[in-house]
Design a binder for this molecule. Structure first.
Ligand SMILES: O=C1O[C@H](COP(=O)(O)O)[C@@H](O)[C@H](O)[C@H]1O
Length: 254
């Protein structure tokens, strides 16, 4: 297996160690960006590890300047604002409601009972406009880190294999109305938007993720394994436990 030199695979003994390592490096990366430029930006993800990282950040935030941090979301389950399935609600409970963020710098994706009503296409278009508005030039900001979880079939954000959303080459945000994983209606950043991040981190654990992780690391076509198309401008980092890394050859590990 040949692995691109900008892909770094770190393997840890268990899921707690994966989350702890990712959250420690996230603190360091945010602080370094804030010291260099005065601000940092992170795209959050839902799922077990994504929300686990936020809980760990709350416990050990290091020197993060919360007021100078922009928060975006990689995808959202298009459900009412108070639905516990919402990534935004889970993120707020785990971290965002407990730290001194600037509300103008937190950018949730609309809920199905929000200002665009039950219209995921309108919510997607509005979020694309948010990304464009916060970009110096172009369609999206250059994020410091885009966090991603991964499903067993290789989905990242709400980009599932063999779908229009994963094939999208132009729009930064699209609606998904037939997600194979419930809930069916979602709004998601596309692979072109993910690739606006300096660093893309895929944080995932468990034996169910092993085949997709090995395929993505070795360059599987994104239409088949969406995680394979999630690449950072500077680096792509995989954080895996031993079970998820079981099929990744030792030579590919950092
Ligand atoms: O549905 C989703 O699933 C993925 C992966 O979740 P995990 O629990 O298997 O880590 C997640 O990254 C995505 O944001 C979410 O909407």
């Amino acid at each position: 297996m040949t692995v691109s030199p900008d892909i770094h695979v770190s393997v840890f003994t268990d899921p707690d160690s994966v989350v702890a390592a990712a959250s420690r490096l996230l603190v360091d990366t945010i602080v370094a960006a804030q010291r260099a430029r005065g601000s940092a930006s992170v795209v959050l993800t839902g799922g077990g590890t994504g929300i686990g990282i936020l809980a760990a950040l709350r416990e050990a935030p290091g020197d993060i300047d919360w007021r100078s941090l922009d928060i975006y979301f990689g995808d959202e389950r298009f459900v009412p604002a108070d639905d516990p399935e919402r990534n935004d609600l889970q993120a707020r409970r785990a971290l965002l409601d407990h730290v001194d963020l600037d509300p103008d710098r937190v950018h949730p994706i609309a809920a199905s009972d929000g200002e665009f009503g039950n219209d995921p296409e309108a919510a997607a278009a509005a979020y694309a406009a948010v990304l464009a508005r916060n970009s110096d030039a172009g369609k999206a900001p250059v994020f410091d880190v885009h966090l991603l979880g991964m499903g067993g079939e290789g989905h990242v954000n709400s980009l599932f294999p063999e779908t229009d959303a994963v094939r999208e080459e132009d729009a930064t945000v699209v609606a998904v109305t037939d997600s194979p994983k419930p809930p069916p209606v979602r709004v998601t950043l596309t692979l072109p938007a993910v690739r606006h991040a300096n660093e893309v981190w895929i944080v995932t654990t468990g034996a169910a993720k092993a085949e997709a992780a090995a395929a993505a690391v070795s360059g599987a076509p994104p239409v088949e394994i969406p995680a394979g198309g999630a690449r950072g401008l500077v680096a792509t980092r995989w954080f895996l436990d031993e079970e998820a890394a079981a099929l990744v050859p030792a030579s590919a590990r950092s």
